[in-house]
Design a protein around this ligand. Sequence first.
Ligand SMILES: Cc1cc2nc3c(=O)[nH]c(=O)nc-3n(C[C@H](O)[C@H](O)[C@H](O)COP(=O)(O)OP(=O)(O)OC[C@H]3O[C@@H](n4cnc5c(N)ncnc54)[C@H](O)[C@@H]3O)c2cc1C
Length: 436
Amino acid sequence: MNALSDLAEARRPRVVVIGAGFGGLRVAQRLRDAQVDVLVIDRHNHHTFMPLLYEVATAGLAADDIAQPVRAILRGTRNVHFLLAEVTGVDFGARRVTTDACRVSYDYLVISAGTVTNYFGMASVERNAIGLKDLSQANAIRSRILRNFERATVERDSAARARLMTMVVVGGGPTGVEMAGALAELKRHVLRRDYPALDMAGARVVLIEATDRLLPAMPTGLQRKALEQLSSLGVDVRLGAVVTDVSEDAVTLRDGETIGAANVVWVAGTRGAPLAATIGLDLAPDGRIAVGGTLQLASHPEAYAIGDIAVLQGSDGAPYPMLAQVALQQGDLAAGNILRAVRGEPPLRFRYRDRGTMATIGRRMAVAHVFGLQFSGSLAWALWLVVHLLAIIGLRNRALVLLNWTWNYLRYDRASRLVTDDISLGRDELRPFRTD
Ligand SMILES: Cc1cc2nc3c(=O)[nH]c(=O)nc-3n(C[C@H](O)[C@H](O)[C@H](O)COP(=O)(O)OP(=O)(O)OC[C@H]3O[C@@H](n4cnc5c(N)ncnc54)[C@H](O)[C@@H]3O)c2cc1C
């Protein structure tokens, strides 16, 4: 008997969870061994530890250091099942989820499908820049940079060579800051040694942010520290600069300036997963689902939305940030409220316990705002390392990350530099490869 037929025969309430990210998995784990049957659906067979995606993109870690098969995470849970499928629709009236593999009915639904990169309708940006929302994009960024450096070794025109070696990150939030810092270290410690024939003066790392500050959610003092630390690594930080176009080898700013760059990473915005727009709900302007304090959909109280895809105002009127901690805590509450509903009890309201935010920038450089205290430099960096190491799911992944970090730190290395996806980067193959 397979998992789905098990579910079909079960008499216990069925909970369907869309998404095996931080929020969805937490719901499944909290419902483990409860008197319900749970089906987690994800279009990927793995759970990715997003906070370390930038390390994969910059060759510090390999993809499977930061991801784990969902079935391995759920192994041993008798009432929790997994379906690898893309959810294509929800019929709230019939309480049924449609996927590209089958249809599944539910008594309770948790939508935890996260967000995707927001290119704000700029087709040229979507075509030529790479976002950083999943492992395939992280691998694509790494491949593009390494392949462009290979090309630079045979490029005779110095301006074209500089474009191949220039890396632009758009978006000055935590991901952009971490990405820019890691690229600067990749250039300084690894690419310089890998490509002794190239003049690294031509290789630039540029961080572009539309507002007048980095890390908008952090206190001003830490924003300044982050700017200082990035500048000390040689990152060219452009504040108040708005990108209007990205071509194959240049970024154009609103003031008309063009920055020659063949490696552009776009981390300037997110919007609700496309699924949200297909299920007939009223959405916030950024395509996310508005929920009430109990995380239920107003029109369908048996359905919950949690994590990045959900918009819920905190007591200060501002929406809760799109952070793993918010998704995890909302996963706890949604699971608890489902069990309360099964018992006929009223739902509880979400209360966020803010544990702070942090961003790492380079070797012994980071900023952290934790429990109201501000840290920067080595202490913040050590804090960041410990918090992230403990948060990674799975002993094997934790051990691999620790090993790679230690190796990279002691050897000034970024060891995961294999380029294996030549075919998937087919567009690049069409570019002229000048040898004379
Ligand atoms: C590069 C990066 C760095 C980050 N760094 C940090 C950090 O340092 N600290 C922090 O707190 N937060 C960080 N975040 C934010 C954090 O990762 C998110 O807040 C968190 O992942 C949200 O969890 P979620 O469950 O809502 O969504 P996600 O973790 O995004 O999971 C959504 C899941 O839904 C699946 N899915 C989507 N649509 C469908 C569909 N139609 N059918 C089937 N499956 C679907 C996806 O495959 C995915 O597995 C970072 C995010 C990124 C992108």
